[in-house]
Each structure stands twice: as structure tokens, then as C-alpha cells.
Design a protein around this ligand. Structure first.
Ligand code: FAD
Length: 401
């Protein structure tokens, strides 16, 4: 049986392990942290990802802890008036067969990892190097031990050791954006009258996203928010750092008071320097390949990084079991099936940065008028990009050769 070593047990690595097991492969999951964990923040899961989660047998567990937004609502930054409302809820379910949901990240990783057999994930296993020998590939651990297998998958995130093994040391690009991330207590947000929607607000040079997460009986324990602001990067040395709430409120000076109230009611906020990469020229070489942020880190402006990593793992499992040639052929087939789509999402996320952060009043008025006109001609408000994203079915669609 093909033995696959996965480096990294984030959302991408964990989903990949579930997909490989489902396809009858032997899996070892190596994670540097001492336990499964995710940053205490929110994540949106779109129908294309939920379709895969269902195939992995984890959808019920995920839905138990999810919040389902009724709509995606874009508001005007200084008045708070709705500018565009796209119905989610039943509409999304009817159209794509799976819901659009919001999750507290630790709940998502718990729901996914609970599907793994006990002991399959080896925690406190930091991989420091990849070893390649004829007929096998190895993950060298910080302890000096080497775990050998037939295939090695780098699911080790944006600063991936496995990606460096394939491409050399080229740091990810700082995008000039910094994201504030916080969790306001859900009760406080409900008292403010914040509805159960996917909230989005574009202002000059910045934007703000907010949604409930931590579903208990469909009610969110927290109001998750992400405030993206421009930043010169000079003072951000680390990937994440705790910031001061008063600084976050100041960054939203002049914005609608509800946004500033949500930030002010948050006990603690983190600052994230946002990085991405240009699409890589290849993901697979010999017996080594990549999934998730290790191969396609992107700005979070299409809310698709984790969703794409979940798709990756399923396609990889299918290529390894549905390809008649060698293991190397299967890994090359995997990259052929994935690279165009993820490059499109990486580029779309960069395009959205420009659309979200317009400052020139004329350009802003044109954008807003265009969006409102779109709603009139297309009451469902679904864009061609969303259709392309959500309808993609890596479970049932035939693989390309
Ligand atoms: C502000 C923000 C909002 C976002 N919102 C969304 C959203 O709404 N929807 C969405 O789909 N995506 C979203 N994303 C993107 C999403 O968070 C990432 O794309 C996703 O988490 C990537 O998962 P991953 O498993 O590939 O990598 P990671 O989550 O980075 O996991 C990598 C894992 O590998 C481990 N690891 C690293 N190096 C080693 C090593 N050498 N040895 C062993 N283990 C190692 C790490 O400890 C970690 O557990 C957002 C991102 C940001 C920054």
C-alpha cells in the first residue's frame, strides 16, 4: 500500500489525511505543535469545500458547530447603509447543494481531526529536511529520526520547509496589508443588533469583514471580525502579534459607529502581516508535492485559502489512486488538475484588494453604482466568479489526464 507522509496538520494537512485514508492509502501525519490547534479566529467555508468535507464524512460534525449566514451584505463604510445584499441560506443550498457557513477555527480543526484514527498524527514532530533516495522519500525530524515513505506532502503552510526543498529559499511577499483579527462576544454583538450575515464593508484604502462563529444551536458565541488596513511593514517583524484595541479603533476613525463599537467591545486583537506568492512554476517533483498555503498562499480577499487546501487533498488522493502510471506521474497529474484553479484564486484575491480598497471618490462611486446595477439585473447577486468557485466539484468531476 502506498505510504504517504504529510508534513503539517493544519486544515489542509488534516483534510488531506482524511482524503488519503478514505482512498485506502497508508498515512503518517507529522505536526510540529504538541496538539491540533488553530488560531482563535473565524473562517468561512463555501459550498465547494463543504462538498469535500461531506465526502470525508465530517460534514455533520462541522455543521454542528457552524453558523449559517442568511446573506452576504456589503454596507457603505461611513453610513452603514446596505449597498448590496446576496441571499445565502437556502438559496446557496438549493443552487450548489451545500451551505455557506462560518466557523470558529478551533472548532473546525477539532471536527476534522476527530475523524482521524487515534495515534495517526504524530505531534511534536518538527520536520527539518526532506531526504530523497531512489524508490523512497523521507522526512527528517528535529530529533534526527527519519520517517520514510513513498510520497511526501508538504502541508506546512506559507513558510513551508517542503516548499523550500523544492524551490529554494524565496520568502513570501509582504502585500502591504495588515489584518486586525478579533472576537467580540456574540451576546454583545447581538445586543448591538448585528444580524447573522456575512458582513463586508469597503472604505478608503481598507475594509472590514464580520460574522458570527462558534455555533451553538445556530447562535454564534463570538462575532469574528477582520479589519484589513494598509501598512508599511516596518514594525511587523513576526507573522502575528497582539495589538492594542485603541489602535484598531483609530484605524477605523470616521467609519460607521457599529464597526468601531464591535472593535471596542473586543477583549483582545491580533495583528497579522498578510503575505502571498505568485503562482509557483511547479508543485510536484519526484515523490514530493505540496498542498494548501505551502503551494498557493493568497490574500484572504476571496475567503478561499483553506477551502482550496481542502480541495487539493481530495484531488491528490484521487490522482494517487486513479492514475495507472508511476507515483511520480500521479503527482504530476495532481498539479495539472489543481494549478490553474488555485492560480486563478490567487490572482482574483489580488484583484479584490484593488476593488475593496479604492480611495478615489470617482472610482468608488463607479464601483458602487456598478454593484447596485448588478443587483438590479441579477437579484440573486451571484457573480460569475462565485459560480465558478462554488460549483467546482473535486469529488465527482472527472480528473484531467
Ligand atoms: C485574516 C485571514 C482570514 C482568512 N479567512 C479565510 C476564510 O474565510 N476561508 C478560507 O478558506 N481561508 C481563509 N484564510 C486562509 C486560510 O487561513 C489558510 O489558507 C489556511 O489556513 C491554510 O491551511 P494550511 O493547512 O495550508 O496551512 P497552515 O494553516 O499554515 O498549517 C500548516 C501546519 O503545518 C505545521 N508546520 C509548519 N511547519 C512544519 C514543520 N516543519 N514540521 C511539522 N509541521 C509543520 C504548522 O504548525 C501548521 O499546523 C484566511 C487567512 C487569513 C490570514
Amino acid at each position: 500500500m502506498t505510504k504517504v507522509i504529510i508534513v503539517g496538520a493544519g486544515i489542509g494537512g488534516t483534510a488531506c489525511a482524511l482524503a488519503l485514508l478514505k482512498h485506502g492509502l497508508d498515512v503518517t501525519l507529522l505536526e510540529q505543535a504538541s496538539a491540533f490547534g488553530e488560531v482563535g479566529a473565524g473562517v468561512q467555508m463555501s459550498p465547494n469545500a463543504n462538498r469535500v468535507i461531506d465526502a470525508l464524512g465530517r460534514l455533520d460534525a462541522v455543521l454542528d458547530v457552524a453558523v449559517r449566514p442568511e446573506a452576504a451584505v456589503a454596507t457603505i463604510w461611513d453610513t452603514g447603509e446596505p449597498m448590496r445584499v446576496i441571499p445565502y441560506g437556502e438559496k446557496v443550498l438549493e443552487r450548489w447543494g451545500y451551505p455557506y457557513i462560518h466557523l470558529y477555527r478551533p472548532d473546525l480543526i477539532t471536527a476534522l481531526s476527530a475523524g482521524l484514527p487515534d495515534g495517526l498524527a504524530k505531534m511534536a514532530s518538527k520536520v527539518v529536511a526532506v531526504r530523497e533516495e531512489p524508490g523512497r522519500v523521507g522526512a527528517e525530524l528535529a530529533s534526527g529520526d527519519i520517517v520514510w515513505g513513498d510520497v511526501l506532502v508538504g502541508a506546512d503552510g506559507i513558510h513551508s520547509t517542503v516548499q523550500k526543498h523544492l524551490h529554494g529559499d524565496h520568502p513570501a511577499r509582504f502585500t502591504g496589508n495588515m489584518a486586525w483579527r478579533g472576537l467580540c462576544p456574540g451576546d454583545v454583538a447581538r445586543d448591538m443588533g448585528v444580524p447573522i450575515v456575512s458582513g463586508l464593508c469597503w472604505g478608503p484604502g481598507s475594509h472590514f469583514v464580520n460574522y458570527y462563529v462558534g455555533g451553538e444551536n445556530g447562535v454564534g458565541r463570538y462575532m469574528n471580525w477582520v479589519g484589513t488596513v494598509p501598512y508599511d511593514g516596518s514594525a511587523i517583524e513576526s507573522w502575528t502579534a497582539e495589538g492594542r484595541i485603541e489602535d484598531a479603533v483609530r484605524d477605523y476613525d470616521g467609519w460607521h459607529e457599529r464597526i468601531r463599537d464591535i472593535i471596542a467591545a473586543t477583549p483582545k486583537a491580533m495583528k497579522w502581516a498578510l503575505h502571498d506568492r505568485d503562482p509557483l512554476p511547479f508543485w510536484s517533483q519526484g515523490r514530493v508535492t505540496l498542498v494548501g498555503d505551502a503551494c498557493h498562499p493568497m490574500l484572504p480577499f476571496m475567503a478561499q485559502g483553506a477551502a482550496q487546501s481542502i480541495e487539493d487533498g481530495y484531488v491528490l488522493a484521487r490522482c494517487l489512486t486513479e492514475t495507472s502510471g508511476s507515483t511520480e506521474d500521479a503527482l504530476l497529474r495532481y498539479q495539472r488538475n489543481r494549478m490553474e484553479r488555485t492560480a486563478w484564486v490567487q490572482e482574483g484575491s489580488r484583484r479584490n484588494e484593488k476593488v475593496f480598497h479604492l480611495s478615489d471618490p470617482v472610482a468608488v462611486a463607479e464601483r458602487n453604482a456598478r454593484l447596485m446595477a448588478e443587483v438590479k439585473t441579477n437579484p440573486d447577486g451571484v457573480s460569475a466568479d462565485q459560480s465558478r468557485l462554488f460549483s467546482h466539484d473535486v469529488v465527482a468531476d472527472p480528473l484531467a489526464d
